[in-house]
Ligand binder design. Sequence first.
Ligand code: SF4
Length: 461
Amino acid sequence: MSTATTKDHPHLAAEFNRDEPRVNWHDETLWWVRAKRDIAAHKLPEWELLRETASQIKFNVLSNLSTYLEQFEANAIKNGIIVHWAADAAEHNQIVHNLLEQRGITKMVKSKSMLTEECHLNEYLKEQGIDVIDSDLGERIVQLANEPPSHIVLPCIHKKKEEIGDIFHEHLGSAKGESDPKILTETARQHLREVFLTRRAALTGVNFAVAETGEFVICTNEGNADMGAHLAEIHIASMGIEKIIPERKHLGVFLRLLTRSATGQPITTYSSHFSKPQDGTEIHIVIVDNGRSIQLGREEFRNSLKCIRCGACMNTCPVYRKSGGHSYHTAVAGPIGSILAPNLDMKKYADLPFASTLCGSCSNVCPVKIDIHDQLYKWRQVIVKEGYSPKAKTMAMKAMALTLASPTLYRMGGKTGRLVFKYAPFAVNNKLNPWYNQREMPKAPDESFGEWYAKRKGAKN
Ligand code: SF4
């Protein structure tokens, strides 16, 4: 289930684009979700005030992160929660494995956690002989299909119900050809019920961790995090260092923004607070850095750590909607993933900041006002300066800069270009040009605007 790939975004997008009906339906479905978000946002006259407040709260958090993290740790310990710190993905995975191994646990249920996707926890635990079942319905579907999620809120949005029917038939024994969503959901429900009742360990993500009280909050629509955590002997919660908010009263701001931005609902069906373990059970929280402190130190990109993972920037992004989440070859896809991933590995993810039209729609919908499209633009500059952009592209850009700086070269270039387009289009429209794969090149005009204008002017004089 690894996302490891040598292909870049244009090539993976081309693969997704081979199935045109799927692309259209993916595009329309996500736009429908985006429209629901607009309706929900417009119903609140104080929407912009909420966004600004959330952004400022997160600004405060990021400016005093170590203080809030230590305050959270002290209060969580007071509540009886055991706190672990992980510098990176490997350390996080090792901590989780040790906790299971020490208790002789070989099976675990897990609710949605993009951090564990980022750390490739499932693959790691599988290698150690631990069986992990994802309990979020969408996550379970992609897990059975042996694929990573394609969207942070709607993990199997790229799958049609008929495909899900086939997967359930193969793995869960539903009737062949059954694609009724209600029946398929009931099949998953019966399957997961048995998992919840028999697993001794449950892992969850964390949406918000409150420094003031040492509690943490998990938001789900299915109640699967609660089912797992309440029935298990040990609850392990994985949390990125940026999930902190200072006080409980701030939750009101974020909970009002989160699901309205994600799906257009007024609030998540379950927003569950975990503050201390029940008698006879344990709660462990693993606080993970994994490159976040480096991003915190990059002033121009620091704001990206404000993200509350609502997915609105993906739903609105024309490139994401047309290229699908897997084309981003990283755990968090879309515009926000494209500014988080290069921080983790600039070489591997050098293609992602270019997977954008820079239209700014992502920044407009972001509930915590991250300047996403500005950061995408800035990453492009960093990637070129650091030498991670393809050599051919760098040379082409240099040639373009020279041409645009000289009217003579510009005119000559235009003439040559029109001739090439007319008599040797294969020199441009070929497989070496990945953008051409998804596009039809326009017919080159016979003359430039300058020539046309000069002719008209001459005719009038
Ligand atoms: S960047 Fe903003 S819009 Fe995108 S997922 Fe994060 S909070 Fe939501």
